[in-house]
Ligand binder design. Sequence first.
Ligand code: SIN
Ligand code: FE2
Length: 215
Amino acid sequence: MRRSLVIAYIWADMTLSTTTGFRLLPGRLDAAAQARLRDEVLARAARAPFVTQVTPGGRPMSVRTTSFGALGWTTDRRGYRYEPHHPQTGEAWPDIPEVLLDLWAELADPATPPDACLVNFYGPQARMSLHQDRDEADFRFPVLSVSLGDTAVFRLGGARRGDPTRTLKLASGDVCLLAGEARLFHHGVDRILAGSSSLIPGGGRINLTLRRAAP
Ligand code: SIN
Ligand code: FE2
């Protein structure tokens, strides 16, 4: 890549993060931390299984989801919302792994812990269309995302639906933060680079997003 182009990219990244509150921390979790977190997530998913949820319009999502914490993000014919129980088992959600609570305290808000952690599982064909995270009570709290397994081609736009978008890759161990103005930026996942990681048995990507759902 040309040097001027590299500088332009770095400048664009710095501008994006300093002006908007979007932060990307590539490789924030090292290989050992990723493996530990994978084990903690899969152990919890054995109790609170990943399920295919449907949108209010009745379309099944291509990601399979579960949640940790007091509240779990839920969608069905009745709409998008947070619920205290798993839709199939009726049990409370498992607790949020300590390493995620620590990341939130360090990067998001040391005073108020997250009460919801949405866990998305992406198989090779899964994707997520451009959306805003707006089912939470108070947008002053950021959304903190942790990626495990296969790399995702992540799309980031702006506050308005028609704003320009750009793509960036989210690899295993990457952490990103949607805070400040970027809290309501549109985002989605165009595709998964299947086979790019061997972290998850059988392949795939797990994305964990920590949120403060209740006021
Ligand atoms: C989400 O917006 O819920 C997930 C984003 C991601 O998978 O990186
Ligand atoms: Fe989202």
